[in-house]
Design a binder for this molecule. Sequence first.
Ligand code: HEM
Length: 186
Amino acid sequence: MNLSEKYTRTAILLHWLIALLILVNLVLVWTVDSLPESFTRAMIDTHKSVGITVLGLALMRILWRITHRPPQLPAFYPRWEKFAAHAAHGVLYLLILALPISGWMHDSAWKDAPTHPMSLYYLIPWPRLGFITGLDPETKEAMHTLFGEIHELFGTILYIAVGLHILGALKHQFIDKEKELQRILP
Ligand code: HEM
């Protein structure tokens, strides 16, 4: 395969690392209620750490994307299909930022935040968002609920966007017989 048809090694690494970490975070929230309560704190703390890691990687990925042109889609794809692929990518870029940021805002408004300091993997202290922690308790409670709902809504949009992204890739690979997956595989 021609090198200009492939993503760069950095883009490939960031793509799969972010996908894997998002999957870890989803598995944590899917399973947290079915495990004994003694696991809850550690699982949610890990969810927060992994989410902040995704935020850092997402910023790197977006910077990389701005400075490195991705390979073009094959010219014979219909216009609507190219548009759909680009739209799904745009939504995914937004979500890898919006999910961690809304989670961080939700957590910063948590009434027990002052007695439960946040840290990354129990190693590195991590701040809450000062413009939220400084609010009065009533507003903070309302923000906690609102950002919890927004975080959940972004989660639902993520399922749909990832579903379409995977279906599109599989169609190109197996119906159009294009080397689509090879573009993003190491
Ligand atoms: C990769 C990024 C992230 C993804 C994909 C993600 C996804 C999710 C999903 C799907 C839920 C379940 C929502 C529901 O159905 O109620 C959730 C819950 C939650 N998330 Fe995130 N999240 C991410 C990052 C973060 C970050 C950075 C924080 C905080 C710093 C955070 C804090 C929370 C909290 C506190 C909950 C509620 C957990 C519970 O009490 O059950 N999330 N997240």
